[in-house]
Design a protein around this ligand. Structure first.
Ligand SMILES: Cc1cc2nc3c(=O)[nH]c(=O)nc-3n(C[C@H](O)[C@H](O)[C@H](O)COP(=O)(O)OP(=O)(O)OC[C@H]3O[C@@H](n4cnc5c(N)ncnc54)[C@H](O)[C@@H]3O)c2cc1C
Length: 456
């Protein structure tokens, strides 16, 4: 450790990016407070990664815990930047050497049709609250919004997260339908073995159950879905091969989870009846490269009892933070230095949203593609243990966080050191807030106390 106590950094958000940044700084003698809005610090891993990834979630929790328990790091839960903590005050009054925004991407990108958000929870649900509900709904103490997704839900999406949504719906539908037949299954079994295989084991044909299933629409072509990635500087043959792999993965996912899919559909308008969204007006698209434009004269209606929009996650708007389009305004994207304050930086998903896997993963394209197949649950082989291992996904988030945090560390080193008195003053303020939320400074005891006993 060098220069212990000479700099003090506030990290907003305690999940992968925040804990990685905190660890790197603390390992270099910088004092750190990790300010987290939730009681538990696990971010997307707990609230975004569907709960069938049991082992993966546990492993990531343990990794985050280890980092946050490092000497020199204080944890401050239940404090949200923009709610209990004002951004300008944090920058100007507290006296921190630097502030790292590691608060992820929790705002759903809008459906893209004027007025659509008036129908949130009146026919329209966004992916982030939906998966949050899905992951926590069975906890006794859960008091968030409740969804009872009806059969035939329409999902607008196309990325990996929309496949998570579609899977969650299908598992719900079939678990429910089998139960109505007196057949007890578990969503884990349905997810692992696939719906047709579980039905077969119980002597039932899926069609007999009367489930229509959800319907996923995507604005580009099936072969454009980000379900496999081409190598860097791919040749036309390699691109063609990647497209074929994407189509195959989608087909395998449909066969295993029985959802319906339609590509080349762009949302153009809303169908509203009695104050409720009851469908979308969509048009067929012409796809040229990344561009998908509506073909005039092809507009038609898609009616559905519920619409789930899953078209990407972007950072939350925080009062005082200037935005550039959907993102915070950074002047230097490598280091993610905030344009309006040289001591404010970004790490992790907050910088570019849920970045694309190719950009964020440090692994070879072959490994990435296998990981995606395993993630969706359609890989032909698993590893020696029979378990799937997605740690490379979080490894990529970690690697990205490390690179960004190292750059921030270099920058902070050049800033004037804080006096012991300044450090002590910040510490007193943190302790005051910790006391207010009932955090005694013992991380393990806190996690044990606030973790719901029935958390899945
Ligand atoms: C199976 C798997 C698949 C993955 N797939 C992808 C992928 O497709 N693409 C990709 O880029 N990465 C992927 N990842 C990596 C990883 O999930 C995310 O990139 C990573 O979790 C993002 O971490 P983060 O810390 O940036 O954000 P988050 O996990 O979102 O953490 C942000 C934290 O900040 C807190 N917070 C938010 N707002 C505030 C506030 N105002 N005040 C205080 N606290 C706040 C939140 O509560 C949260 O704890 C995957 C990982 C796994 C394990």
């Amino acid at each position: 450790m060098s220069q212990s106590g000479q700099h003090f950094v506030a990290v907003i958000g305690g999940a992968i990016a925040g804990s990685v940044a905190a660890e790197i700084l603390a390992d270099h003698g910088v004092r750190v407070v990790v300010i987290e809005q939730n009681k538990r610090p696990y971010g997307k891993i707990e609230d975004g990664l569907p709960r069938w990834h049991v082992e993966q979630r546990k492993q990531e929790y343990a990794r985050i815990d280890e980092r946050l328990k490092k000497p020199g790091i204080s944890f401050l839960p239940c404090i949200k930047l923009g709610r209990e903590l004002d951004f300008h005050k944090l920058c100007d009054d507290w006296g921190f050497s630097g502030i790292i925004l590691a608060n992820g991407a929790w705002r759903d990108r809008a459906l893209g049709v004027a007025g659509s958000d008036e129908f949130i929870d009146k026919g329209l649900v966004y992916q982030n609250p939906f998966i949050y509900w899905y992951n926590h709904k069975n906890e006794n103490a859960y008091d968030g919004p409740r969804y009872d997704p009806p059969d035939d839900t329409l999902v607008v999406g196309g990325g990996l997260a929309s496949i998570d949504v579609v899977k969650a719906l299908q598992l719900e539908y079939y678990e429910r339908a089998l139960k109505a037949r007196g057949i007890q299954t578990h969503f884990h079994e349905l997810e692992k073995k696939g719906i047709p295989a579980v039905c077969k084991a119980h002597g039932v044909q899926p069609q007999e159950l009367g489930v229509k299933g959800c319907f996923l629409i995507y604005r580009r072509r099936a072969q454009d879905m980000p379900l496999a990635q081409p190598p860097e500087n791919a040749t036309p043959e390699q691109l063609q091969k990647t497209e074929a792999v994407r189509v195959k993965i989608l087909k395998n996912a449909q066969e295993k989870f029985l959802f319906r899919f339609q590509d080349r559909r762009l949302t153009q308008g809303l169908i509203v009846e009695n104050g409720r969204l009851v469908g979308l007006k969509v048009a067929e698209t012409l796809v040229e490269g990344r561009k998908a434009s509506a073909i005039p004269g092809t507009e038609h209606e898609l009616r559905a009892p519920l619409i789930i929009s899953s078209i990407g996650s972007i950072p939350d708007v925080i009062p005082g933070i200037t935005m550039k389009g959907e993102y915070y305004e950074f002047k230097d994207w490598d280091m993610a230095q905030y344009s309006h304050n040289d001591r404010v930086f970004g790490v992790g998903n907050v910088v570019t949203g849920q970045g694309n896997i190719r950009a964020s993963l440090v692994h070879s394209q072959k490994v990435v593609n296998r990981l995606i197949e395993q993630y969706i649950g359609v890989a032909e082989e698993t590893d020696d243990t029979g378990e799937t291992d997605f740690s490379a996904f979080s490894a990529s988030a970690v690697a990205r966080g490390v690179a960004q945090a190292e750059a921030v560390r270099e920058k902070i080193k050049t800033l004037p050191a804080l006096s012991n008195e300044q450090i002590a003053k910040i510490e007193r303020r943190i302790q005051g807030l910790q006391a207010r939320v009932g955090y005694t400074g013992n991380y393990d005891a806190w996690i044990a106390k606030i973790t719901p006993p029935d958390l899945e």
